[in-house]
Design a protein around this ligand. Structure first.
Ligand code: GCB
Length: 600
């Protein structure tokens, strides 16, 4: 029998274990750490009726006595690639929404004094992680990383790692019940076992001071509290070698003047090797430096006005009908953006994998990254706000050292209301608290034609809270023209930079038809629509960037037309097989012209 104190102790331990089970914030720069990849073939069980958890299948018990049997086994069945979505790996799972259990074994040669963390790049959408039969933790949100410390749970040999993944849509989730892209489920990004010293460099933020071109600002947080630890920062190419000392919370900061710094820009995406060391830990990566600010209606990069020649894509390889997850995938997506003449990318509509973000930075693309607060969000729900805040934090902490990151996007196509305003206000406050060196943006779809004034206008008081206002407007597709494009003049968000963050229409590659009939789904119609929109853009005085929707045709359950769409959104400038439509050439020429207009 347990005594009362033992019961109380057990209760406290249980409660604290529950508390621990939420994922912990991630270390900065996974790829700069000592890690063992857990990618590869995993065994899976498809659990449509959610029977696995109550049967504790994560324990993977084996029959002992003659009368024992278990109605599951991880071995001998379907195997799927990790990273990878399940939908594209077997036809039976193409439309699947529900639970899939993933399992694999791994060995972990132990080294004294090291700590071990399980790190997931992303799992869509919810997941619970179990190690050697015990729950380790859980995470919600399909596009951001999370980690759990497992130092005391890992054995040298034969560890069993089980991940319960569920991608069922729900009203309180982000995104919510319906969205215009495929709901790929699975462990969609790298899984790693990371080995770190007892006290390690947990987070850091290295950037150019917002108000100067020659001072580097650094914030470092060690994993353990404690004053007096030396932290060293080296940037050999700038001959910088500086020391800082931690305060009682284990944090250190510094502001250092440098000479001869070449700032990063799309034309010259210069990066420097940055090395941080403290105690027994050392971590390094390539970091670039640049200044960014808004002045009136201009966006200034390194003190010069820029115009965004942007494009969007989903994290999808259309030819494979699956999620993008590798460096090779990033090369494919970004090369096509480069060929179009872009200097910017709006990563639609969620944080995409780090291969894309890091390669984009090396190639010189300005990036817009956003969380999937996409229409239909339950703004009045406090738990949903919590989720959004967590996602935003995970995104910002992962990528704030990437100087290419120019915009944090907080929402796409939301309608004014008290709960919406309060929700987005909270997100902006969270965002600015983590990073004061980026511009905050949201995309709206509320621009309308005011007949009396004969102008396009928008009325959303929330734009006051933003650095840059973005508008999605589908003239010639969802909205017929109320007057000819040359007379379509905008008076929207004057005093601030405006970006057209989406415009376009659908066309099936190789389909020809009249250029004035939308339902022809023809390349001619799409090209004419593009021509009209480009004409209208000349009448938007504060326009500082355009981002056609979208680079590639993408898969979407919204798109039910059986011959023209077949679950593909056909607004791509490039088809699902990689063929360029007429409109692609039009945008390429338009961007070529803009390059000379905004020459360095
Ligand atoms: C939008 C959305 C985007 C859709 C697009 C469309 O306004 O922001 O996610 O895919 O329209 O094609 O309708």
């Amino acid at each position: 029998m347990k005594s009362l104190t033992q019961w109380i102790l057990a209760l406290v331990l249980t409660l604290s274990a529950v508390g621990e089970s939420r994922s912990q914030g991630c270390m900065t720069n996974l790829y700069g750490r000592e890690r063992q990849s857990l990618n590869g073939k995993w065994n899976v069980l498809v659990d449509l009726y959610d029977q696995g958890r109550k049967n504790r299948i994560y324990e993977n018990r084996q029959p002992q006595g003659k009368s024992d049997f278990y109605e599951y086994a991880f071995e001998g069945g379907l195997r799927l690639d990790v990273p990878g979505d399940w939908n594209s790996q077997t036809p039976e799972l193409m439309f699947y929404e529900g639970t899939v259990w993933y399992a694999r074994r791994f060995d972990a040669p132990q080294r004294a004094g090291r700590r071990l963390f399980l790190h997931f790049g992303a799992v869509n959408y919810r997941c619970r992680v179990y190690l050697n039969g015990e729950p380790v933790g859980e995470h919600e949100g399909g596009f951001t990383p999370f980690q759990f410390e497992v130092t005391d749970r890992v054995r040298e040999n034969g560890n069993l790692l089980v991940v319960e993944v569920n991608n069922r849509r729900s009203v309180d989730a982000i995104p919510a019940l319906a969205f215009d892209w495929w709901n790929y489920g699975g462990i969609t990004r790298d899984v790693s076992l990371v080995s770190l010293p007892q006290t390690f460099i947990d987070r850091y933020f290295v950037r150019l001071d917002t108000s100067s071109a020659d001072r580097i600002r650094v914030d470092v947080a060690l994993s353990e509290a404690g004053a007096g630890t030396d932290v060293r920062l080296e940037i050999p190419e700038l001959k910088l070698d500086e020391r800082m000392t931690t305060d009682a919370r284990g944090r250190a900061s510094g502001l250092f003047r440098v000479r001869g710094l070449e700032r990063w820009s799309p034309e010259d995406p210069r990066l420097y090797r940055v090395i941080l060391s403290a105690g027994g830990d050392r971590v390094e990566e390539q970091i670039g430096f640049r200044n960014l600010r808004v002045e009136g209606e201009d966006i200034l990069l390194n003190d010069r006005p820029i115009f965004l020649r942007s494009i969007s894509f989903h994290e999808e390889i259309p030819q494979r009908r699956g999620r993008a997850f590798s460096e090779a995938d990033a090369v494919m997506l970004l090369s096509e953006a480069r060929a179009l003449g872009c200097n910017a990318i709006r990563l639609a509509h969620y944080p995409q994998n780090e291969y894309i973000v890091r390669l984009a930075e090396r190639m010189g693309f300005l990036l817009w990254e956003e969380i999937p607060v996409w229409q239909g969000i339950d703004f009045a729900n406090a738990e949903t706000l919590d989720k959004a805040r967590r996602m935003l934090t995970e995104m910002v902490l992962r990528d704030r050292n990437r100087c290419a990151l120019t915009f944090w996007g907080v929402a796409n196509e939301t309608q004014p209301s008290e709960p919406r305003n309060a929700f987005l206000h909270e997100l902006i406050t969270t965002c600015r608290g983590l990073d004061d060196s980026r511009l905050i943006v949201a995309a709206f779809d509320l621009v309308r034609f005011d007949r009396e004034r004969q102008l396009f206008v928008m009325n959303d008081p929330f734009i006051e809270e933003l650095d840059v206002v973005a508008v999605n407007k589908y003239m010639g597709w969802y909205h017929p023209w109320p007057l000819t494009p040359d007379r379509a003049v905008w008076d929207v968000a004057r005093g601030k930079p405006l970006v057209i963050s989406e415009f376009g229409g659908e066309a099936l590659y190789g389909q020809h038809g009249p250029k004035d009939v939308a339902s022809s789904w023809s390349e001619e119609y799409q090209a004419a629509l593009y021509r009209d929109n480009l004409r209208m853009f000349e009448n938007i005085p504060n326009l500082r960037g355009v981002s056609p929707w979208i680079l590639f045709d993408f898969r979407s359950p919204f798109r039910l037309h059986p011959t023209h769409q077949e679950y593909w959104n056909r607004k791509g400038l490039v088809s699902d097989r990689g063929e360029r439509k007429q409109a692609w050439y039009l945008i390429r020429d338009y961007y070529e012209n803009l390059k000379t207009r905004y020459a360095k």
